[in-house]
Write a protein that binds this ligand. Structure first.
Ligand code: RP5
Length: 165
């Protein structure tokens, strides 16, 4: 059974969305992914959102570009947390999608990550699941420790390079 559902407005969003999938896979989080459009398939969007909880989904990631209403429409039909991922797929460099997602009216929140910020969408979904999963929480702590170690390694390298300038 999938813990996270990823939906995207079009299969043209997949190259970006793959970043979120890779993060979920890294933490062995089960997922399902679908193309659903708030505008082109509104009935499917409604049905998906209304049935997600009873199918065991805990978190929804909604990726969309241009006038990106997918996250908001899904959030309107469910109490599950929705993470919105704005996709850069227009002449406006994704600013249109970002604003469509982040400027939700009071009462219907979606947690919006950066334009094309797929990694963070995946990691945030894992963090939400970790609230009820101590093993996942431990793995997230290790993930942060490894990240900090990688940054400190970069700093050590920089210090060596500075000596040779
Ligand atoms: C949005 O329009 C999709 O999420 C995608 O980012 C964009 C373009 O879709 P296609 O025309 O490539 O199907 O709804």
């Amino acid at each position: 059974m999938a813990q996270v559902a990823i939906i995207m407005g079009s299969n043209s969003d997949l190259p970006v969305v793959k970043g979120a999938i890779e993060q979920l896979k890294q933490f062995d989080v089960t997922y399902e992914a679908h193309v659903i459009s708030a505008h082109r398939t509104p009935n499917q969007a409604e049905n998906f959102a209304k049935t997600a909880k009873e199918r065991g989904i805990k978190v929804i990631i909604a990726a969309a570009g241009k006038a990106a209403h997918l996250g908001g429409v899904i959030a309107a039909y469910t109490t599950l947390p929705v993470i919105a991922l704005p996709i850069k797929s227009s002449l406006m460099d994704g600013l249109d999608s970002l604003l469509s997602m982040v400027q939700m009216p009071s009462g219907i929140p979606v947690a919006t990550v950066a334009v094309n910020g797929a990694d963070n969408a995946g990691i945030l979904a894992v963090q939400m699941l970790a609230l009820a999963d101590p093993d996942l929480e431990k793995r997230l702590e290790k993930f942060k420790e490894d990240m900090a170690a990688a940054v400190m390694e970069k700093d050590a390298k920089l210090q060596e390079e500075l000596k040779n300038l």
